[in-house]
Design a protein around this ligand. Structure first.
Ligand code: 5MM
Length: 336
């Protein structure tokens, strides 16, 4: 087993998943505005520190993805944020892309940037304690999208990013996210997601990536949020497993889904069914942002001095996601 494979498995095994707390300041400001909290570096740290020192970190969270500001912050106990995370047994990770920008010659689509100077930034993050990284390519679904240009250029960037990350001794999370916006059917989501994932792995293989040291972070297969033909959770899970079985090379140790705008319960229920129907060797877990943090953020915004209450809310969500990652979640446990 290589060191990279060991890190990847440590993050996603034994019912553990990933807390995606890597909102850039723009996104975090939107989240905080929505609950009437001023977005300052201190408030962003306070909320995140509250989550990272929760009890469920030990049992349910294998890795935390941070944003550049957070990985450099010092917590109230005097420990750095990565040290606080490591002290719970979880692995600190870092988002290293610099965001999705308009793709020249297909201006309704996006290309993710951040390759310039990446090798040097990675060395700094490694010294700060990061052992895995994240890069998100984002694609929209419509009759003409994602275009060949968006598929190729994002796959190429994901592969170049992965090569630099592995060179630096860290595990790359490869996140191709096909957005749920639109009126497309689940079948269309399935065929376009399969195409995008296959093309990403083509590039990863071409760039000589060690696939045993990669975690894939895909969307689940859902009908678009404007579609009149929604499918059941059971169908979501079957189509998602089918998509991954057909498009992900067997060497990849695991898959950690994004929640993509699903509610906390939907994201948990779908992950649970995915694991109940998982007929592959891949570990299937969560790498949720909103679906792990939403309720906790609401609670915290009401009284940010009441750390315990926020942590109780987060612990419950993390526990439910962890059960779902083992196919052991149920409605009864959810409402206990
Ligand atoms: C946490 O949000 C991440 C994006 O942040 P920015 O848009 O601010 O860069 C995002 O990449 C996230 O990690 C994944 O999309 C998963 O989050 P959700 O909320 O979809 O589970």
């Amino acid at each position: 087993m290589t060191e990279l494979n060991k890190i990847a498995l440590q993050i996603i095994s034994n019912g553990k998943g990933i807390l995606a707390a890597d909102e850039s300041n723009g996104t975090m400001t939107k989240r905080l505005d929505a609950v009437n909290v001023t977005s300052t570096p201190e408030n962003r740290l306070l909320f995140r520190e509250t989550l990272f020192s929760s009890e469920s970190m030990r049992e349910c969270i294998g890795g935390v993805i941070l944003f550049d500001e957070t990985i450099n912050q010092i917590t109230s106990s005097g420990k750095s944020v990565p040290d606080l995370i490591s002290s719970t047994g979880a692995t600190p990770g870092i988002k290293v892309d610099t965001g999705a920008k308009i793709l020249a010659n297909s201006s309704e689509e996006k290309i993710t940037e951040g390759l310039d100077g990446l090798r040097e930034r990675l060395k700094t993050y490694y010294k700060l304690g990061a052992r895995f990284t994240k890069w998100r390519g984002v694609y929209s679904i419509s009759n003409k999208y994602p275009s060949e240009l968006a598929i190729y250029s994002n796959a190429h960037a994901l592969a170049r990013y992965s090569a630099l990350v592995q060179e630096c001794g860290m595990v790359p999370i490869v996140e191709p996210e096909l957005l749920m916006d639109g009126d497309h059917s689940a079948e269309v989501c399935l065929s376009k997601t399969s195409e995008v994932i296959k093309r990403c792995f083509e590039q990863l293989i071409f760039h000589k990536i060690d696939l045993t040291g990669v975690i894939l972070k895909p969307n689940m297969i859902l009908a678009g949020n404007q579609s009149k033909n929604k499918i059941s959770n059971e169908e979501v899970s079957k189509k998602t497993v089918q998509c991954l079985r057909d498009s992900v090379p067997n060497e990849v140790p695991g898959i950690a889904f994004l929640s993509g705008g699903q509610s906390e319960i939907e994201a948990t229920k779908n992950l649970d069914l995915i694991n109940k129907n998982n007929n592959t060797e891949f570990k299937m877990t969560f790498s949720y942002g909103r679906a792990l943090q939403q309720s906790a953020l609401k609670k915290w915004s009401k009284n940010n001095k009441d750390i315990k209450d926020t942590q109780i809310t987060f612990n419950h969500r993390a526990k439910m996601c962890s059960l779902a990652a083992q196919g052991k979640w149920s409605n009864e446990l959810e409402s206990k």
